[in-house]
Design a protein around this ligand. Sequence first.
Ligand code: PEP
Ligand code: MN
Length: 341
Amino acid sequence: MIAEVKNTATPEQLAQFVKWIEDRGYKTNVSGGDEVTIVGIIGDTTKIDPFLLESMDIIERVQRITEPFKKANRKFHPEDSVVDCGHGVLIGGGNFQVMAGPCSVEGDNLTQIARAVKAAGATILRGGAFKPRTSPYTSQGMGEAGLDLLMEAGAELDMPVVTEVMDPRDVQLFLDKGVDIMQIGARNAQNFPLLREVGKTTTPVLLKRGMSETIDEFLMAAEYVMSEGNENVILCERGIRTFETRTRNTFDVNAIPVLHHLTHLPVIGDPSHATGYTRYVRPAAYAATAAGADGLQIEVHNNPSEAWSDGAQALTPDMFADAMRRIALIREAVCADIEEA
Ligand code: PEP
Ligand code: MN
């Protein structure tokens, strides 16, 4: 349930109202925006009489939220959330960021790739140290040594890093290393103990959509993280599994505006995993940008044919630089204020 508070209410009146709700055993979430202040009421609100609340002087309107996701719901928090990724990098609410780097951290080539993607305009460095591989016989990543390399490159280039955490028991290691953004991969999209564990931290979480996850299930996964207290969640559409076999996944570009409609959380697109082939990554990146994504995640490798994982979908640094120039032009078109004729 949400209560819209009149903008004539004083801070004391608002605090009194919040106390009144909390005294009845509910949790609250106050979202103060320029236009309106929303008090979200969490718990079994069937026992609250909305007419009683509406009879209070400071309350404009009371609405039941019918969707099962509350904290992620835009009704709860009408303005876009902006997530602070560290190193001065903000995402969401008009802040567009590109995360780029290799699928796997492999060694010294990381610095070379990181320098190239930064020079092309990427603001966040990606690289997997703990890799979720379909086969247990393929490279599983460098593990802790990979995290160290990633953190060194991030420090050298003054860029936040994003890297995948697969096991709730590793979350503390990621915190100790100072990882800026913890990625939850598609294969762990509904690993509820993992979602809860990252939810207990304040580190931003990049939550990828599961391969067979509906948009509502995706939002409920975000709700798991947020219900533990961590509201720094960034959503990532990375393609879903369909009957199509010509691409690795099917990029659900629709999900970008649909998510923007339903949630205040930043939404990014990952055209690399969505398509699976280098030749399709750039067109899909342009589509996501044009659809209003708050950012992109793109895999880049200096020598794709030798990559430990996902070489088939990697852009070379030159291709990435070309993509970044075109993405900037698309952003200009999407964000332009055009006067009506
Ligand atoms: C990755 O980012 O390398 C990755 C494994 O992504 P996803 O979980 O989307 O497949
Ligand atoms: Mn990958």
